[in-house]
Write a protein that binds this ligand. Sequence first.
Ligand code: ATP
Ligand code: MG
Length: 269
Amino acid sequence: MALIAMVSAKGSPGVTTTAVACTLTWGGRTVLAECDPSGGSILSGYLSSLEIPPIGLLPLAAAALRDQLADAFAHQLVDLDAKHRGRRLLLPGINDPVQAGTIRPTWEPLAVFLSELERGDDGYDVVADCGRLTTNAPPWPLLFRADLVLLVVRAATLRTIAPAAAAAELLRRELTQYGRGDGALALALIGDGPYRRRDIEQRLQLPTLMELPDDRRTAEVLSDGGGRLRGGQHLLRAAAGAEPAVREAITRRRAHLATTSSTGSSHVR
Ligand SMILES: Nc1ncnc2c1ncn2[C@@H]1O[C@H](COP(=O)(O)OP(=O)(O)OP(=O)(O)O)[C@@H](O)[C@H]1O
Ligand SMILES: [Mg+2]
């Protein structure tokens, strides 16, 4: 599939939970990369019952400085699926926002590396949790190279919808300036509320590619760990059900980019 970046405006709408749900349910081999500059939360959340050595983005950034990112990558991963080893992997993020400056020069080489991970028979899709756009230094290189940028919005409250309008505008501007156009941008809507999908799309001027239900019980396990996944798991089923639309959007986008580059069109959507 490719590199899928998930990002929010502010207000914790559920980026990390959504990224975990997709990684645990999508059909292909998948790496979840925690690229939130304000710190990763999966080792202290979903995986909090495990003792995991300090691996992940920070040591990877040190290796990248020595030009050894590709060699070091496999040693910085946590296996999320005990039954199918190597199928669902996690690259843990930094554990302190003060480390954000240290990893900043790594975003570009990491973005190139992750966007090429799909190659080959044993390639991987990558879901990158890019955190909030309101952080000091969003990982722009990842957003620029992503095949799909999902702006995660909680549909229930105006508190997250309103700032998402500004975030959508910022993403549109930055992606267009970078030369990729804004065609990779779409919404992931979490829960439902007084605001209908069509109204949110109109307000943010973006299509919806994923809708996940409010499912507190499952979400709590994915975001905070501790419990066992039980019950209907509507959230996981919806995440799995969203995969075909995501794949289709990426295929369509790539075909469109291929056409526009072969016809020399400079206006990329
Ligand atoms: N689909 C959902 N249904 C119900 N609750 C959810 C859902 N998704 C996330 N949540 C809950 O919302 C809270 C925030 O989730 P999460 O940490 O994933 O947000 P985030 O956008 O990554 O936040 P931050 O920007 O702080 O990293 C958590 O308590 C989580 O359990
Ligand atoms: Mg998060």
